[in-house]
Design a protein around this ligand. Structure first.
Ligand code: NAP
Length: 342
């Protein structure tokens, strides 16, 4: 197939977990050519992607004028935004203090602005998009789904306020061409703070303690392996739908049961309070943000209690292939020495 005949897929966040996974999956479909966006086209990751035939383009989500040419002519766009960069970056912490807002709120506003920039720029190329032409990675709307109980779960609402909120309100025609994919807990997230997941206690067993009820169903996602296949499957379906991407949905006791079986180590689970989590966490604002996420995951639920979200089984029932990694498969491949040698 000639390059000019191929469909153009534009990937935001191509150097990261989600966008990288989308690139891997679509690279194996010769009917697509891929354009990936990054702030730094000469980074080792960007150069490695370019060496696979991906067109790497410099663009910044904070500057809509860089996004408009980057999206021009796209048939399909994958969108992702990263709450945690403006949350953790030292210069953003300084700016938050200057503005008199918490770093959580600062990162919320930064992520919303980036999402709106994406939507504004995608709207400028709406006619080139396929019927299902914008696939956005997002999360449930905590404030709305909890009826106002969680009004500071910023890394959820910053996504949902734009995908779908802002798009539906400002660009109804684009909303009709959009699919929203809520992503489950990344299975790899424990690596950022292994002892927060598994703390070795005096008797040699491991204790997990979160402010989350032990029977709350949690969606778990092998982000690097599975976002790509999930998004690829979604691209084959009609637009306007909302999905939950996860390889396994289970509670934390079941999670520990699988882990125990694989590692041969005893575990226990203790539900703690938000205050206790904050006390254990060095970065208190981080403790508050993820603590709220655990509480919200208990009630109304990580997915906001929305039973209409389409899951992998629903996609398969529609006759579309959607290979996903189960938590057990992922755990069996993982090197747990960092946890076990605490
Ligand atoms: N951890 C979890 O369990 C979990 C679960 C569900 C959802 N999430 C969400 O996942 C998101 C992060 O996704 P990820 O893990 O794929 O991110 P990641 O691996 O940290 O990568 C972030 C990507 O975004 C790009 N990016 C960031 N700021 C940019 C900007 N201003 N302009 C252009 N590109 C920019 C980066 O590109 P360059 O640096 O190359 O420019 C990079 O490719 C977060 O918002 C988080 O809330 C996480």
């Amino acid at each position: 197939m000639m390059t000019s005949e191929k469909r153009l897929l534009v990937i935001i966040g191509i150097t990261g977990n989600q966008g990288g996974s989308v690139a891997s999956r679509f690279l194996s479909d010769p009917s697509y050519r891929i354009r990936g966006l990054t702030r730094n086209p000469s980074s080792p990751t960007a150069l490695a992607l370019a060496s696979k035939g991906i067109e790497i383009v410099a663009a910044d989500l904070d500057d809509v004028s860089t996004l408009i040419p980057a999206f021009r002519g796209a048939n399909l766009i994958f969108s992702v935004t990263n709450y945690w960069e403006p949350f953790f970056r030292p210069d953003c912490r300084v700016k938050a203090v200057e503005l008199g807002v918490s770093c959580r709120k600062y990162a919320y506003e930064a992520e919303v602005r980036q999402g709106q920039n994406i939507a504004d720029a995608v709207a400028a190329t709406i006619d080139s998009l396929d019927e299902n032409g914008l696939i956005a990675s997002t999360l449930s709307h905590a404030r709305r789904c909890s009826r106002g109980r969680f009004d500071e779960l910023y890394h959820f609402d910053a996504k949902a306020d734009v995908f779908p909120g802002y798009v539906e309100e400002k660009y109804p025609r684009l909303a009709k061409k959009m699919s929203c994919v809520q992503t489950g807990f990344f299975m790899s997230s424990y690596r950022l703070a292994p002892s927060a997941y598994f703390r070795k206690i005096e008797d040699g067993s491991f204790l997990m303690s979160f402010p989350c009820s032990s029977d709350a169903p949690i969606p778990h996602l092998a982000v690097n392996a599975d976002v790509g296949p999930f998004v690829y499957a979604v691209s084959k379906l009609p637009p306007g739908k909302h999905y939950l991407a996860a390889g396994t949905i289970c509670n934390w006791i079941e999670y520990l049961g699988i882990w125990s079986e694989i590692t041969g180590v005893k575990t226990s689970y203790k539900e703690i309070s938000l205050q206790e989590l904050i006390e254990y966490t060095t970065d208190k604002e981080f403790g508050r943000e993820i603590g709220d996420m655990y509480l919200y995951s208990s009630e109304p639920g990580y997915d906001g209690g929305d039973k209409t979200l389409l899951k992998v089984e629903d996609i398969r029932k529609l006759g579309v292939e959607c290979p996903m990694t189960s938590l057990e498969e992922w755990m069996r491949e993982e090197d747990w020495s960092m946890v076990l040698n605490q």
